[in-house]
Ligand binder design. Structure first.
Ligand code: C5P
Length: 220
């Protein structure tokens, strides 16, 4: 079968990572979590002792970061500057400080270039997910999807994912505050031209994956 690129965008907690991984597994494709790259660079600048308010420092550390990310949907692994940060990137401190990377144009341009190289290098094709994949990173993808869900559902899913160690205010920070911050970067609540909008508020994971596979079949 021919090479295929599937781009999925959506807000935090929409289920886009689980969906993208499931689709990649079903079709034998690579998987790219672009959010993990923004998070990994956040670890790098924090480790370098750079303050989030030091924009020049954040840019410098982003451009210098040696970033390795697994594109195997069954192997989550992120290494930055030789340090494995796979679990650390999910910690609240990183979520709270990632916008110092994602709101700076120079940082975005650098990560977008790396993401395009990874996508181009995927021989069988890839499912890439984030906030700007359908619009900036891979606007010519074969399938472009905006995955959304109501905020209450997204908070509930994040809570199920993170367990009892997060309280209500951390949960709101993980979902609602980042919605607000990220919406200044890219519009991920309404689908751009040619992008299919899938609201999965009332779909479980399997149903969501099936809907995406149907969409893929329709363009193949
Ligand atoms: O997807 P995830 O929630 O892990 O992304 C973490 C953060 O990285 C987002 O809150 C956003 O600030 C940033 N991001 C981005 N563009 C992407 C993916 C993530 O700005 N394509």
């Amino acid at each position: 079968s021919e090479r295929i690129v599937i781009a999925i965008d959506g807000p935090s907690g929409s289920g886009k990572s689980s969906t993208a991984k499931g689709v990649a597994r079903a079709l034998g494709l690579a998987y790219l979590d672009t959010g993990a790259m923004y998070r990994a660079v956040t670890c790098a600048y924090l480790d370098a002792g750079v303050d989030p308010s030091d924009q020049a420092g954040v840019i410098r550390e982003t451009l210098a970061a040696d970033l390795q990310i697994s594109t195997d949907p069954d192997l989550e692994q992120v290494v930055v500057n030789g340090v494995e940060v796979t679990t650390r990137i999910r910690e609240p401190e990183v979520s709270a400080k990632v916008s110092a990377v994602s709101t700076v144009a120079e940082c975005r341009a650098n990560l977008v270039a790396r993401q395009r190289a990874i996508i181009e290098g995927a021989a069988n094709g890839i499912v890439a997910e984030g906030r700007d994949i359908t619009t900036v990173v891979a606007p010519d993808a074969d399938v472009r999807l905006l995955l959304t869900a109501d905020p209450e559902i997204r908070m509930a899913r994040r809570k199920a994912e993170l367990g009892d160690k997060v309280d209500a205010s951390q949960l709101a920070d993980q979902v609602l505050r980042r919605d607000a911050d990220d919406s200044t970067l890219v519009n991920f609540t309404t689908a751009a031209d040619g992008v299919t909008h899938l609201d999965c508020t009332y779909l479980n994971l399997d149903e969501t994956i099936a809907a995406v596979l149907d969409l893929v079949a329709s363009v193949r």
